[in-house]
Design a binder for this molecule. Structure first.
Ligand SMILES: [Zn+2]
Length: 98
């Protein structure tokens, strides 16, 4: 497994998303919910170093409010544990209802 794939795996792992085996060899990896195993997307391995972490970092608010990620709410739960103040701020920006 290449370094960049390991980096992608760790970046998504932080928000409760697991990387599956490549859908097409060495090109795309399926993203699976670490809570229920449902597929939540794809990611290519042609990212540059640090891009995966930055990408997931930018998507934090979307995972926190459930706009991105799995319908079971696993990423929402995980991001809350990761950074509660930021999570709360994201909820307020969404209108505070949930
Ligand atoms: Zn799920």
């Amino acid at each position: 497994m290449s370094d960049i794939v390991e980096e992608i795996r760790q970046a998504y792992g932080r928000v409760g998303i697991a990387l599956d085996r490549p859908a097409t060899y060495g090109t795309y990896y399926r993203l699976l919910c670490a809570g229920c195993g449902k597929m939540v997307g794809n990611v290519g391995d042609r990212l540059l170093p640090d891009m995966a972490a930055a990408l997931v970092e930018r998507q934090f608010d979307l995972y926190a409010t459930g706009l991105l990620g799995c319908g079971c709410g696993h990423q929402r739960q995980v991001t809350r544990g990761l950074d509660a103040p930021r999570w709360e701020a994201a909820q307020r920006r969404q209108g505070g209802t949930s």
